[in-house]
Write a protein that binds this ligand. Sequence first.
Ligand SMILES: *Cc1c(COP(=O)(O)O)cnc(C)c1O
Length: 364
Amino acid sequence: MTDKYNRVYNFSAGPAVLPVEVLEEARDEMLNYKNSGMSVMEMSHRSKTYDEIIKTAQKDLRELMNIPDNYKVLFLQGGAHLQFSMVPINLLKNGVADYIVTGQWAKKAYQEAQKYGKINKVATSEDKNFSYIPDCSDLDISPEADYVYICENNTIYGTKFQTLPNTKGKILVSDMSSCFLSEPVDVTKYGLIFAGVQKNVGPAGVQIVIIREDLLRDDLPNWCPTMLNYKIHADNDSLYNTPPAYGIYICSLVFKWLKKQGGLEKMKEINEKKAKVLYDFLDSSKLFKGTVEKSSRSLMNVPFITGSDELDKKFIEEAKNEGFVQLKGHRTVGGMRASIYNAMPIEGVVKLVEFMKKFESENI
Ligand SMILES: *Cc1c(COP(=O)(O)O)cnc(C)c1O
């Protein structure tokens, strides 16, 4: 076991590991938040104390990501899955959108959007089980497309866009769920960014949406449920109804923690160093190998295999006994996957590689 709380090294893809310091702070404030006499869980979302929490959360996120003033930050619910619907409902005007399908999540978004318009698949990597990011420098973008959609980091397959697609002037929409806050991004390149926080930021139940103001609309069709209208949430500062209040509070602690670490430039540096430990080993190992084209590798999710289902199983079992948990790969890829989000300390990865070396020497 790894620390004074007997916590394991948790390589889960999501819900995933959170910083110990954040959990400790939440623990210390759990029963009486800053002399309010109550827990944040028990507090009115209209109270002054809570207003301070959600405003500070937004301010810190804006600072971390350098979000320009003409973008709104929304704290919503419904998971990334609800965004698969909200994006087309709110952004389709001509009724046409172009999707780049690089994995299961992009595919689900693509399928869901079909309910609302003419949705084109302009690129895909399905031919090689999504093990790479296709060349998106000169796609056949529809002249009337309302937006181009990507899933920027493919959690299941371990690939990430290293350069953004050339959208030929169309609005770019990105599902950033599994790479959100892992490195700096230029928000101005996007019309809309969304992320479920349970991968890299907080507890399941909070969805962060960053949307350029001019994409908020007064002319949505009447059938659009009020709760699915971005503008309603933007006009009400994410307090149209009761927000996922406690989850937002935990996110706010993570934002503070990230600022203390040195911000997203620093996180990128740490994440690159961390991922390199694992990738370097995979590239030199006689037993383990990565499943992704090198030029498409994710810093957050690292899938790998031994080539034998039996050995994979044995490895996962023995790793678990040593305190390295949730290493089983997604059922569509098989093998193993180590998710190494912001809160996974580098020691966790170094120790995992040590264990892999030992396993290799015993099983080759
Ligand atoms: C996990 C994940 C989703 C699905 O999130 P839910 O909150 O379960 O809806 C979508 N996209 C990406 C990139 C993910 O990693």
